[in-house]
Design a protein around this ligand. Structure first.
Ligand code: ADP
Ligand code: ZN
Length: 515
């Protein structure tokens, strides 16, 4: 790609930075050349520049769709401080301020206009009358009802590209697995968008899972080694946030409870106090988080199991933004797992939600490096074990599982990656049931090649292969199992695989009694 020489200059003069971060320059180049982009970068990765700089470089006004009213103001203030004409529109503003902003927009004096998706109708009729440089859609994962921050107004945004095909769309998010990425491209009508995915690795966060036994005591022990640090405890229910905050206070810690049942003013106060270090520990439901811009959160504890890995990764990502060591501790219990299953709605997404919860369970029960599990979920294949998680520190006993892995991968390949785990295992074990005969799977070459391995054990090996990023579950299509590039190395290049020995203590970690 040809690099536009003025872009680094603009980065320096307007933002004071000497260099682009990974992917920023490529993304900016695409946008200024009129192409659609999907940019997936971790929080703090520098997404804003990716549309702010094109907005400055290109003619006209950039329309930035953002779901967070609080953040809009901060962004606009920061831009104005850099001498850039930016403004925002949302429903919380006074009428006359809205009018003033609108007339600036109409007169084309703005470089960037931030707007909530719900307010878009206010300005839409002008898009064909004035020059719009680009549409930026921030937190674009809100479009996906498969995901966790669903915002209905986001699903109406395809009209931007449909009505204005020549204006480039840049969609940005810090969290989107493969399913969500596909959804974003479809729903925004940008099928040809160029996709940039930055590494999601947050190498400074130590990953740990403990059984949910005596959780309070376990937290108090943990805190002894984290005196005076800022942290977040995430819980499933409002009631438990209050109960735990109370217990921490009783033990001399500065903690407060935060959940959606509190009024907006109280929540703002709490958030403010947390960001100013007046409250050290926030015990919160997942209502606390989107938009927290605090760099020195040193740890995140999950008192309960989260319902999927995207949410979990985003929540632990709120720690260690300054790059200094941070700690993510997850308590895991079968009780939580059962409760979360009962929460899953009986809707179209039910199967997907079960499958995602199952991947969360796999993470919690992982017998290989946990960072590999997390990153493989985002399609990133970590080359080696991280050395900075509890499994790496205390690994189980492994054996050479190359042959088993080859059998499993080869069965999946012969089933054309069309089947879910259960059917693949049945084929490997030579089962004699309706699905097998209806599909003639008894003729598949790998039929029965793993007869000697118990069903449950094969299932455990499968999970290990998923966790190592060798296999992938396609959530949107009946949880069918796909082979990743690593699987191809195993099948065709003799890549070795190590599997954990299925000793009782390795597998049954889950069946710990809850407090
Ligand atoms: P995101 O939206 O991805 O969470 P931001 O756009 O808020 O991240 O950027 C995170 C921080 O990184 C900001 O303080 C921003 O000023 C800084 N930043 C962005 N790009 C660069 C760069 N090229 N060089 C140095 N700092 C940068
Ligand atoms: Zn590890």
């Amino acid at each position: 790609m040809t690099v536009n020489p003025t872009l680094p200059q603009l980065l320096k003069t307007h933002f004071g930075f000497d260099q682009f971060r990974p992917h920023q320059q490529e993304i900016i180049n695409e946008v200024v050349n009129g192409n659609d982009v999907l940019a997936i970068m971790p929080t703090g990765g520098g997404k804003s520049i990716c549309y702010q700089l094109p907005a400055i470089y290109m003619e006209g006004t950039a329309v930035v769709i953002s779901p967070l009213i609080a953040l809009m103001k901060d962004q606009v203030d920061a831009l104005r401080a850099n001498g850039i004409d930016a403004a925002y529109l949302n429903s919380s503003q006074d009428e006359y301020i809205q009018q003033e902003t609108l007339s600036k927009f109409k007169n084309q004096t703005l470089t960037l206009l931030y707007i909530a998706p719900e307010s878009l109708a206010l300005i839409e009729s002008y898009f064909s009358l004035i020059t719009i440089s680009l549409f930026a859609i921030d937190e674009t994962h809100c479009i996906s009802s498969w995901g966790h921050d669903f915002r209905p107004a986001y699903t109406q945004l395809s009209r931007l590209k449909i009505h204005h095909p020549h204006i480039p769309v840049i969609a940005l998010t810090a969290t989107a697995d493969r399913t969500t990425q596909q959804d974003i491209l479809e729903q925004l009508s940008i099928p040809k968008a160029v996709k940039y995915v930055s590494s999601f690795d947050r190498a400074n966060i130590f990953l740990e899972v403990r059984p949910a036994r005596n959780r309070i005591k376990s937290i108090l022990d943990f805190l002894q080694n984290h005196v005076d640090e800022n942290g977040i405890v995430y819980c499933l229910s409002r009631k438990s946030t209050e109960k735990i905050a109370q217990k921490l206070n009783d033990n001399g810690y500065s903690a407060a409870a935060y959940h959606a049942g509190l009024n907006a003013e109280t929540r703002n106060n709490l958030q403010e106090n947390f960001s100013r270090d007046h409250i050290k520990i926030m015990v919160a439901t997942i209502a606390f988080g989107m938009g927290i811009d605090k760099s020195n959160v040193r740890w995140v504890i999950h008192y309960n199991l989260p319902k999927n890995i995207e949410g979990y990764y985003q929540e632990i990502g709120r720690s260690g933004r300054d790059g200094l060591p941070a700690h993510a501790l997850l308590f895991y219990s079968l009780g939580d797992l059962i409760q979360l299953r009962t929460f899953i709605d009986h809707g179209a997404n039910q199967e997907v939600q079960y499958a995602k919860l199952e991947r969360m369970q796999h993470y919690a029960e992982a017998l290989s490096c946990r960072r590999k599990v997390l990153l493989s979920y985002f399609d990133e294949h970590y080359p080696s074990d991280c050395g900075y998680c509890d499994v790496c520190e205390h690994p189980p006993a492994y054996f050479d599982g190359t042959l088993i892995a080859q059998k499993i991968c080869s069965a999946i390949a012969r089933l054309k990656e069309k089947e879910a785990m259960g059917v693949v295992i049945d084929v490997l074990r030579g089962a004699e049931n309706a699905t097998i005969y209806e599909n003639n799977y008894q003729r598949v070459k790998t039929y029965g090649v793993a007869k000697d391995i118990a069903w449950k054990d094969l299932q455990q090996y499968f999970i290990q292969l998923l966790n190592q990023g060798i296999l992938n579950i396609n959530f949107k299509e009946h949880a069918r199992i796909e082979l990743t590039s690593l699987a191809k190395e195993i099948l065709f290049k003799g890549k070795q695989v190590k599997l954990a020995i299925l000793a009782k203590e390795n597998v049954v970690r889950t069946n710990q009694k809850q407090e």
